[in-house]
Every structure is written in structure tokens, then in C-alpha cells.
Design a protein around this ligand. Structure first.
Ligand SMILES: N[C@@H](CCC(=O)N[C@@H](CS)C(=O)NCC(=O)O)C(=O)O
Length: 293
């Protein structure tokens, strides 16, 4: 803990562009676009601009679930936003999401396009638009929205807190790793206790609360997030593991997690999704070299 204990903050913080860390090249203390770039528009009613990170997967799982449930109006084009290259700071993307983060959605099905940003807001928007995966009975609906908001508040402690300091910070520092490991284990215990009493987060029904939570905490208990499975003793969270496996077995979830994915097995990566048949014909293992993102 010597390094961070020795740091005395200056009177006024200044932007040190050379401060290192995995995302130093895209982190900025100011909002707004850095360059002019319009977004592509495909032929479907819904245009998604995203990347296959946990926040992106929430939405592609929802869209695939809607299509699997027969909602044809949920047909979508999923365009790849390369956040490492700064695509989120292009003028077209910032017009859809002033917060410059994936995922962002344009609904072009009506007379005027509607923009939606923040993954939780996108899930809720789609659930209301199609009347699906959001219970209508007041108690179950309240439970679903409570867990959805819980996830939106909790996940930044997992990603921006624990994941950042455990996996991405340029040096390993005991204080933040300890603080966020404690919080993430507490969150896992919150989920484990809930899933001991209910099949899904909102009760017996699979909802947008599960779709939001699975890409983060499901990946964590499977040991695939930040390589932190052993460190956090994830095998202890038996109910979260049972729920993770049940959701992971759903065909729509298997498809949703492939969309805009740029890592892992080439056969698991569908960089852009424009047609349902793309899952069979356009995964990274099948694309010609020139077509790969
Ligand atoms: N609260 C936002 C978080 C979105 C978010 O953090 N997206 C990350 C990728 S997972 C991103 O776009 N980062 C780019 C950047 O920070 O410049 C949501 O849930 O939509």
C-alpha cells in the first residue's frame, strides 16, 4: 500500500494524459464529440450501436429473446462500436448517447426516431414497447424494477471498482482491491440469498432484471470475468450458479452473447448482426479476412 499511501492530492486536479492504465487512451474529463462521424443505418426498425461487453450483451439478449418470443418488430441491426478506437466520441454516436458509452439504441419504427441510452433504460423501453419480460402484476413488476435498478447501481462497483483495480490498474493496490472485493462478495451474497428463495430475480418469471444481471454476475461466478473466480471463491454462491446455468442454456441468450463480440473463439463472435441467418453464416471464423472488424 506504500504507493497510494504516499500520494497527496494537489489543490486542483489536473488532467495527466500519461497516467497509464488500460483505458488511459479513451478516458477524458470532458464530454461531447471529438470528431465528426455519422452512424450507419440498416433496414430494420431498431438500430443498435454497441459492443459485446456485459452492458452490450444485456440488450442483444433482450432483442434475441423478443424475436424468439415472436415479436417481429424487434428485428434489429447491431453495429459495432469500437470503444478502444474512440468510436463512442463520434458526433453521430454522441447524438444518440450524450454519455458516450455503449449500448445506444435508435428506434426508427415510428414517424420520428426515438433515441434510448443506458442499458437499463433500453431494457425497460423494449419491455414496455413489446409488453414482454416485465410483469404486469404490481408486486412482481415492483420486484423486477427493484432488481433492475439494483443491478444498474451495483455493477459499477464490480466493473469500475473491483474489475478496474484487480485487473486493469497499472499497479496492484491493496486498499481499493480489498474494498471492492468486500463489496462484490456482499453483492454476490445478496443475489445468492434472493435466488435461494426465488427461481428468478423477480420471482417465477424470467424478466429484464435477469437479462441485466446475468452478463455481469453470471460471468463472475463462472470465473470468466477478470479471472477472479478463485480470488472471490465464487463456487460458494450455489444459487447464483444454478440461476446462471439455467439462463445460459437459453438459445436466445446463446445468440445474444455472440452479437458485437470481438474476443474469444472466432466461432462465438458475430461482429455485426443484420439478419437472423448471420449467426450461421457471418461469425468471425467464416468471414473473409477483409471483412473482419
Ligand atoms: N451505465 C451505462 C454504462 C455503459 C458503459 O460503461 N459502457 C462502456 C462499455 S461496457 C463504454 O462504452 N465505455 C466507453 C468509455 O467509457 O469511453 C449502461 O449501463 O449503459
Amino acid at each position: 500500500m506504500a504507493d497510494d499511501a504516499a500520494y497527496t492530492p494537489p489543490k486542483v486536479w489536473e488532467w495527466n494524459k500519461e497516467n497509464g492504465g488500460r483505458f488511459a487512451n479513451i478516458n477524458r474529463p470532458i464530454a461531447g464529440p471529438t470528431h465528426e462521424k455519422s452512424l450507419p443505418v440498416g433496414r430494420h426498425p431498431l438500430q443498435l450501436y454497441s459492443l459485446g461487453t456485459p452492458n452490450g450483451v444485456k440488450v442483444t439478449v433482450m432483442l434475441e429473446e423478443l424475436l424468439a418470443a415472436g415479436h417481429e418488430g424487434a428485428e434489429y441491426d447491431a453495429w459495432l462500436i469500437n470503444i478502444g478506437a474512440g468510436d463512442q466520441f463520434g458526433s453521430g454516436f454522441v447524438a444518440v448517447n450524450p454519455n458516450s458509452k455503449i449500448p445506444a439504441l435508435m428506434d426508427r419504427s415510428g414517424p420520428k426516431p426515438i433515441r434510448v441510452f443506458e442499458s437499463g433504460a433500453i431494457l425497460l423501453y423494449l419491455a414496455e414497447k413489446f409488453g414482454a419480460f416485465l410483469p404486469t402484476e404490481p408486486a412482481a413488476r415492483a420486484e423486477c424494477l427493484s432488481w433492475l435498478m439494483w443491478l444498474m447501481g451495483a455493477a459499477p462497483f464490480l466493473g469500475g471498482g473491483f474489475g478496474h483495480f484487480y485487473a486493469y490498474a497499472p499497479t496492484k493496490m491493496e486498499y481499493p482491491i480489498d474494498r471492492y472485493a468486500m463489496e462484490v462478495k456482499r453483492q454476490l451474497d445478496v443475489l445468492d440469498r434472493r435466488l435461494a428463495e426465488a427461481r428468478f430475480l423477480a420471482g417465477e418469471e424470467y424478466t429484464i432484471a435477469d437479462m441485466a444481471t446475468w452478463p455481469w454476475y453470471g460471468a463472475l461466478v463462472k470465473g470468466v470475468l477478470y479471472g477472479a473466480g478463485e480470488f472471490l471463491s465464487v463456487q460458494d454462491y450455489k444459487n447464483v450458479l444454478r440461476w446462471t446455468d439455467e439462463i445460459g442454456a437459453r438459445p436466445a441468450v446463446k445468440r445474444g452473447r455472440m452479437v458485437n463480440r470481438t474476443f474469444g473463439e472466432p466461432a462465438s463472435q458475430l461482429h455485426e448482426r443484420h439478419e437472423a441467418s448471420d449467426f450461421e453464416t457471418r461469425t468471425a471464423d467464416k468471414l473473409a479476412p477483409a471483412e473482419k472488424a
